[in-house]
Design a protein. Structure first.
Length: 236
């Protein structure tokens, strides 16, 4: 039994609130337990210079904590993204692009913004999982408005954390668990069982390929459950 009463292979309560904001093309508030992230998608009718003239679109992301997301105030990153935020926003953009045929977007960019409103572990996993729901909604609206002609999304996508504490493996770590984890990993996987990205770090001692496999199998269980919840809120 865990700190919050969950089983080792149990996700925190997961919730999606769609159209949380009025102005963006789409918006989703995603909750992984006490971790809450607001994900929005905005359309920009141009692409980065390296894609001009190619007929191909782009998806990019920004990620940040609001000042009240943590117990101690998190200063706003007004003078540029810090290393951790830069790393995570690159992950978000990269894994989303991994399930999209960018040629079907045309020469336009979808900006995905993830604002962490409350942090209790797993913010990058929650951001990717919520951002995918926001992306699906945005694509649906672009199709309805005939801005694009074909659905570019190739597969469902979600992210989840897995950690090792002692000789036990835990799914979807909260902050207290993350602090004491001997191995901390994040898996970003598709409905079809393919891996887009894995991040795994030994906090105390090196770990084996066998342990990676155990964590991957646990993550895949969580991914399937998250995708089921995504489909429920999207009514698919």
């Amino acid at each position: 039994m865990r700190i919050d009463g969950r089983k080792l292979d149990e996700l925190r309560p997961v919730n999606f609130i769609i159209d949380f904001l009025k102005n963006p093309l789409s918006s989703v508030l995603v909750e992984f337990g006490n971790t809450k992230v607001l994900c929005t998608v905005t359309l920009d009718e141009k692409v980065p210079p390296f894609l001009k003239g190619t007929g191909t679109g782009w998806i990019t992301a920004e990620y940040a904590f609001i000042p009240g997301a943590t117990v101690e105030r998190t200063p706003r990153e007004t003078m540029g993204r810090k290393g951790r935020s830069m790393e995570i926003q690159r992950i978000i953009g990269r894994v989303l692009r991994g399930v999209v045929d960018l040629t079907k977007l045309g020469e336009r960019t979808l900006w995905v913004d993830c604002e962490v409103l409350n942090a209790d572990g797993g913010t990058r996993s929650a951001s990717v999982t919520g951002a995918f729901v926001a992306l699906k909604l945005a694509i649906k609206r672009l199709l309805e408005r005939e801005i694009i002609k074909e659905d570019p999304i190739l597969d469902y996508l979600a992210g989840v954390s897995v950690g090792k504490i002692g000789d036990q493996y835990y799914l979807d770590l909260n902050f207290e668990e993350d602090l004491i984890a001997e191995v901390d990993a994040n898996f970003f996987m598709t409905q079809s069982g393919k891996i887009i990205e894995i991040q795994a770090t030994a906090e105390k001692a090196p770990f084996s390929w066998e342990e990676i496999t155990i964590m991957k199998d646990l993550a895949f269980k969580g991914i399937f459950e998250l995708i089921k919840k995504q489909k429920e809120v999207l009514k698919e």
